[in-house]
Design a protein around this ligand. Structure first.
Ligand code: PGA
Length: 250
């Protein structure tokens, strides 16, 4: 079974609402004519979601959030829930990004709780897994991504696994310009796909210094179904070019 193709932009803590509006002025006309075979997702900061939701409502570009809480409401100062995101037009949510695991106490357990909530609320979770440089040097890459994948989807019925996406993001490749070789990324991603039954139709994305220059070399690989793009998603022209090239090579 073939997985669909997704290119998602993770803006991290970049762009005010005004900068978000300026991005869409340039970006939306560029991607409007592209075929529907690629699911395009933009995940701006929370403060841009309302504006982005309004701008994207009648377009083929989907709206993502960068995290959320697993509870639907309650005394969780500073947090945002799935229903709040849904109301703004959010359809996808990035969960377990390595920066949130490193700086914001995200764990395999909280990622799992969030995956269950996202699915129950009709959001597509994009679950990030990936090894540190130390783990790679120690030969622990495969064990790491397999255990993160199993933990993230613990208790999720097999039928729901086609509704999720996974991003393989080697931590040493994020924001460094040192992308993982496509052949090696594909090997790890095939390992992730085999980590649990039911992932044959699940989009698995590569993330870590993906650019318009290297995107095609990933898309031609058998187990790579797209990308989670940080730095290269911030420039409207550059990101549109990256998506065009992904569309040609997918
Ligand atoms: P990068 O970030 O493309 O800037 O390496 C990717 C990510 O962290 O999702």
């Amino acid at each position: 079974m073939n997985a669909r193709t997704i290119i998602a932009g993770n803006w991290k803590m970049h762009k005010t609402a005004a900068e978000t509006a300026a991005f869409f002025d340039e970006f939306l006309p560029r991607v409007a004519a592209l075929g529907a075979e690629i699911e395009i997702v933009i995940a701006p900061p929370f403060t841009s979601l309302q504006l982005a939701g309004e701008r994207l409502a009648e377009t083929r570009v989907r709206l993502g959030a960068q995290t959320m809480h697993w509870e639907l409401r309650g005394a969780f100062t500073g947090e945002v829930s799935a229903p709040m995101l849904r109301e703004l037009g959010v359809s996808h949510v990035i969960l377990g990004h390595s920066e949130r695991r490193a700086y914001c106490d995200e764990t395999d357990r909280t990622v799992n709780l969030k995956v269950h909530t996202a699915l129950a609320q009709g959001l597509v979770p994009i679950v990030c897994v990936g090894e540190t440089l130390e783990e790679r040097r120690a030969g622990a890459t495969d064990d790491r991504v397999v255990s993160q994948t199993r933990a993230a989807f613990h208790g999720v019925p097999e039928a729901d696994l086609a509704k999720v996406a996974i991003a393989y993001e080697p931590i040493w490749a994020i924001g460094t310009g040192q992308n993982c070789e496509p052949q090696e990324a594909n090997r790890v991603m095939a390992t992730i796909r085999r980590a649990i039954d039911g992932l044959s139709a699940t989009p698995i994305l590569y993330g870590g210094s993906m650019t318009a220059v290297n995107v095609a070399s990933y898309m031609e690989r058998s187990d790579i179904n797209g990308g989670l793009v940080g730095g290269a998603s911030l420039d409207p022209d550059g990101f549109a070019t990256l998506i065009e090239r992904a569309a040609v090579s997918s």
